[in-house]
Design a protein around this ligand. Structure first.
Ligand SMILES: [Zn+2]
Length: 755
């Protein structure tokens, strides 16, 4: 069987395969049997297979049995694939492979099928063409690549199906990646094409190679008479006709028909699903879109005329089915398209819109900036809303607390992509914002399309970076800020995590079980995930599932273990809220007030770091309640009810009825607001007595007040409330956010007046 190794040529391929595998296995992301590894081997095997086929079928085996030599070629090429396969399996001794079966399936679906395709395609080309055979094959290869790029360029989709590498999930892809039915169907289709190519090649092979092309094509009628050929051609036709439905491609028209509804505003075509968005939501979305467009255009000094397609997907799953990304939010500036999930409109619309409006001064054809850090930096700088600090504050603390970050390196396309995305986005945003503030937006716009610093600023890039760093030093960082800096920016990047795909798939499954209140199943899945890799996402999920199940003692005990793990304790800070609740419940049920002290300590440990508005609210709320001996026992019922929101609300109503407790009014108002019951929410906000409330909750009250009025289209009154809320604020990022809503009110007041 191994006799083919005697051939000098084949020995060369063995060495080549060996080398490419060793190189791949030494790179992260490619160092185990999985999608990325299979795709590169697939691409490589396309070339080796066509060269080997030429040698075997047309030189050494000239005019002998056609099919025997084809089978020999496929056999040799498949045997060569054993080299990368076995080496990657061997490598799993050093690099854990969490899903071997998954990896093996990718290997069968990608390089194995590519070998069959390559042998068939090259046999076809070699037997049909009389001259320039290998050049023609190379041209076909380039056409396949160009066609894939064109598909990405013209269609909204992020993914590409390609005969050589199977599929490409997109440049910015979600962590989960599994074998889909679309991939299996597509590879099946490639095999059918291969069979057809071979049957055509057989006809040409029998004819004298110097016969004219016209005669060769004419001879094809022999195979076209066979029922099998007709059948296979029908399958190919069927495949093309239903390629959208099969998930192989996704045209704009298909996505629009799937979403179902369409609405036009002055600058937008909004495509959405009417089962998820009613007319009230739609009106809000169009007002917000027009507001952002006006604001961004003004800041960027752009007179934006063309219409923007805004696709709103009802669920991440639906978005994944249609364009191939669950959580990644995208803009295709050259198509003027934004693709966004319904529940991420508030946080993402402005950012994506900057990408589209910047197409006005982007490079030709692609309409983007010259480098990734300039593209994303501009979007972040104009958006200027990210996390719980301003980007300048974050950047200043990155410089102070994360000295290992090589900042100068991030400002290049490779450096940007290969770095932790949070760090890369935030630093780029702060840098571009600095350039806009100190040198004006016009120069930054020119920089966007040229990347030329010296010509525009009279200084080179390095000088400007040091200037910006010097400016950041004016921001004072407290020692406590190191925690939010680590919490936000020190997370291990995707490439460093062990088995990140398997973990991501497991955690997603567990999360769904948690949402569906199947706590036992969720606990089981999270435990499985933790066993595979010590990951904080699963550990946090496990505690939440235990809490929801009412296992308070376990919550306290196990979370303590997680929090004492020094390498990850920062990522477990949110668990302290669950610990606090468990302690409070324990204090109540065991009639032991000492546990209230423990609960207070937990909340204090969260609040002092100011990590997010949500954590600040939840910790401060509990601290205030614990200090209120008169009301705290009444509130326990509210904290202990985990599954039934209407019951939770009932407890709050009860407390308000017997004793008009300020904080239960505020919590209830928040819940009602989230249920879109603005009038009712306002009723409870009005019951709050300001004189008993700290600045922190006064801000919460007036911000919510403003929002309820805004949602009820009372913009003049809303604006006053937002202005009042700002008086109680010291957090720069929240001040900016509130100011943005004041701007929105002004925009709407103008609009109403101009009617
Ligand atoms: Zn972006």
């Amino acid at each position: 069987m191994l006799s083919f190794l005697k051939n000098k040529n084949i020995r060369l391929y063995v060495i080549l395969y060996f080398f490419i595998t060793i190189i791949l296995l030494s790179q992260s992301l490619f160092n185990y049997l999985g999608y990325e590894f299979s795709a590169i081997i697939g691409l490589f095997s396309f070339f080796t297979s066509s060269l080997i086929t030429y040698k075997i079928v047309f030189i050494e085996n000239e005019k002998k049995n056609f099919f025997d030599s084809i089978i020999l070629s496929i056999k040799i090429n498949l045997l060569l694939l054993l080299i990368p396969l076995l080496l990657s399996i061997l490598n799993s001794i050093f690099v854990k492979n969490c899903s071997f079966i998954h990896g093996l399936l990718f290997f069968i679906l990608i390089p194995v099928v590519t070998v069959i395709f390559s042998v068939s395609l090259s046999t076809f080309v070699y037997s049909f063409f009389n001259k320039y055979k290998r050049i023609i094959l190379l041209i076909i290869f380039l056409l396949i690549i160009i066609f894939s790029f064109l598909e990405y360029y013209i269609n909204p989709q992020l993914f590409i199906y390609n005969p050589l590498i199977g599929f490409f999930p997109g440049l910015m892809y979600d962590e989960e990646l599994s074998i889909t039915s679309s991939l299996i169907i597509y590879r099946f289709y490639i095999i059918i094409i291969s069979i057809l190519l071979l049957s055509f090649a057989y006809i040409f092979y029998q004819i004298d190679s110097n016969v004219k092309y016209k005669i060769k094509i004419y001879k094809l009628k022999h195979t076209l008479k066979k029922p099998l050929t007709i059948f296979l051609l029908l399958i190919i036709f069927f495949f093309h006709f239903f390629s959208n439905e099969l998930g192989i491609t996704s045209s704009k028209r298909y996505i629009i028909s799937k979403l179902g509804s369409e609405y036009q505003t002055e600058h937008f075509n909004i495509y959405y699903s009417s089962s998820n968005i009613n007319t009230t939501n739609l009106k809000e979305i169009s007002n917000l879109s027009e507001f952002y467009l006006t604001k961004i255009s003004k800041e960027l000094k752009v007179n934006f005329k063309s219409k923007i397609d805004l696709f709103i997907y009802p669920t991440p799953q639906e978005k994944n089915n249609l364009i191939g990304a669950k959580y990644t939010l995208i803009a295709k500036p050259w198509l003027k398209q934004i693709h966004i999930n319904q529940n991420s409109i508030d946080e993402a619309l402005k950012h994506e819109l900057v990408h589209i409006i910047a197409s006005d001064f982007g490079i030709p054809i692609l309409k983007v900036g010259v480098s990734a850090y300039i593209i994303e930096g501009l979007a972040m700088a104009i958006e200027w809303q990210w996390g719980y600090r301003t980007l300048h504050e974050y950047s200043s603390s990155i410089i102070k607390f994360l000295p290992q970050v090589n900042i100068d390196k991030i400002f290049s396309t490779y450096g940007f992509i290969s770095n932790n995305p949070n760090i890369a986005y935030v630093l780029s945003g702060s840098f571009i914002k600095y350039l806009i503030e100190y040198y004006g937006v016009d120069k930054v716009k020119s920089l966007y399309s040229t990347g030329k610093y010296y010509e525009l600023f009279g200084k080179n890039k390095d000088n400007l970076i040091s200037e910006w760093k010097k400016y950041l030093l004016t921001y004072h960082n407290f020692e406590e800020d190191s925690v939010i800096t680590f919490y936000t920016f020190k997370r291990p990047s995707m490439f460093q995590k062990v088995c990140f795909r398997t973990i991501a798939n497991l955690n997603e499954k567990a999360y769904n079980e948690l949402q569906n209140k199947n706590y036992d199943k969720a606990i089981e899945l999270y435990k499985e995930s933790i066993l595979l890799s010590n990951n904080f996402t699963a550990k946090n999920g496990l505690i939440i599932a235990l809490f929801k199940k009412g296992e308070y003692n376990k919550v306290i005990k196990i979370s303590q273990q997680f929090l004492s793990d020094n390498s990850q304790n920062i990522y477990h800070i949110p668990l302290r809220i669950y610990r606090a609740d468990a302690f409070m419940i324990k204090a109540y049920t065991e009639k032991n007030p000492i546990y209230y002290d423990s609960a207070y300590q937990e909340c204090n440990m969260v609040f002092k770091y100011h990590i997010s508005e949500n954590l600040d609210f939840n910790s401060r709320l509990r601290m205030t309640i614990i200090n209120d001996e008169k009301n705290r026992e009444n509130m326990i019922k509210y904290f202990a009810e985990n599954n039934d929101e209407s019951l939770k609300m009932l407890y709050l109503y009860e407390i308000i009825y017997y004793d008009n407790y300020n904080l239960s009014n505020l919590i209830l108002a928040k819940i009602l607001f989230n249920k879109n019951q603005y009038e009712k929410s306002l009723d409870y906000l009005k019951k709050i007595n300001d004189s008993n409330l700290s600045n922190f909750f006064l801000y919460e009250k007036y911000y919510l007040y403003g929002f309820c009025l805004l949602k009820s289209y009372q913009f003049l009154e809303a604006k006053e409330m937002f202005k009042k809320a700002i008086l109680y604020l010291s957090n720069e990022s929240l001040i900016n956010q509130t100011n943005e809503y004041i701007d929105f009110c002004d925009f709407m007041i103008n609009k109403q007046n101009s009617k």
